[in-house]
Ligand binder design. Structure first.
Ligand code: CP
Length: 321
């Protein structure tokens, strides 16, 4: 595997889920695979789960993880091409990336969408440069438009908890005080479309995700109707993807607190499990009562981030041989 962005990069999904099961049961079985190998994890943005789970996955495989916090630990990096670098950014990605590539075997990059230029974000301009100039396998640790390690962990979790062969999974938009990227909902939609689930997306009008991620999913604007009979409720905020109105890209169009997932919403489901990628704002995205209930699986979901990262890194290491 040379890069990990999309569900197609993981190949056969059933085989990947089976491999995830093995990795979870025997996490140290491939301890020699990463011997003398280094992964550099580059963070342009904050993280708790991705930072720690990626390091843990690398250590389980015997790799040496090095974390770089861009700007805090390094020079600030310029990402735009053709600019006069007379601001606060001392180094360009064009030099930094090949240098980083010369120090490691695999690179992971967290780089959120700027949410001001849809074309720049949806072209994955920063991650594409890492692929082009590093010469090394690259993992998206949440880039402008996708968060595949999260979506893979989400699917592993659904597989573990499902009690029906084809569960109903509903991804619902929920309000948030700040404009957030679409990477998590994009990837969740992409992976659910590839999985054997009945997948429904619900959000206020104007929040339509990019059609390439929505795929064949059912979109239902009535949140309560969408949630009826759900087996899994996946809550997430996202800012306007700019599909119906490009001028609204990255904007907050609604702060309707009626969309906060609470007991009233969960009551119409089929005793659904509640999921969220975390970090989550309590009583903004989800009520205390729902996230603290026995049906909340946000902690095992987060724990599975180690498993998804380890499967991806394992495959990349196997590809280096
Ligand atoms: N879900 C997730 O990616 O969490 P962090 O932002 O803390 O890494």
């Amino acid at each position: 595997m040379r890069s990990f962005f999309h569900v197609s990069d993981i190949g056969d999904l059933a085989a990947a889920l089976q491999e995830a099961k093995q990795v979870k049961a025997t996490p140290f079985a491939w301890k020699n695979l990463g011997q003398d190998k280094t992964i550099i994890l580059i963070f342009f943005n904050s993280s708790l789960r991705t930072r720690l789970s990626s390091q843990k996955a690398a250590l389980n495989l015997g790799m040496n993880p090095i974390v770089l916090n861009v700007g805090a630990d390094s020079w600030k990096l310029e990402t735009q091409l053709g600019v006069v670098m007379d601001g606060d950014k001392s180094e360009h990605l064009r030099e930094a990336i090949p240098v980083i590539g010369s120090y490691c075997d695999i690179i992971g990059v967290r780089s959120f969408a700027g949410l001001s230029d849809r074309e720049f974000d949806y072209a994955e301009t920063i991650l594409s440069q890492f692929i082009e100039y590093s010469g090394k396998p690259v993992i998206s640790l949440e880039s402008a438009t996708v968060h595949p390690c999260q979506a893979f962990a989400d699917l592993i979790t659904i597989e573990e908890y499902k009690t029906k062969p084809r569960p109903k999974v509903v991804m619902t938009w929920a309000p948030h005080p700040r404009a957030l990227p679409q990477a998590v909902p994009n990837s969740f939609a992409e992976w659910m479309n590839a999985a054997d689930v009945d997948f429904v997306i619900t959000h206020p009008e104007g929040y339509e995700l990019d059609p390439k991620f929505v795929g064949n999913a059912k979109v239902e604007y009535d949140q309560m109707k969408a949630l009826e009979g759900a087996d899994f409720v996946y809550a997430k905020n996202w800012s306007c993807p700019g599909v119906t109105n490009p001028g609204d890209y990255g904007k907050i169009l609604s702060k309707d607190m009626g969309w906060v997932v609470d007991e009233r919403h969960m009551a119409v489901t089929d005793n659904a499990y509640f999921m969220h990628c975390l970090p989550v704002r309590r009583n903004m995205i989800v009520s205390d009562g729902v996230i603290d209930s026995p049906r909340s699986i946000v902690i095992p979901e987060a724990a599975n981030r180690v498993v998804s990262a380890q499967v991806v890194m394992k495959r990349m290491l196997e590809g280096l041989k």
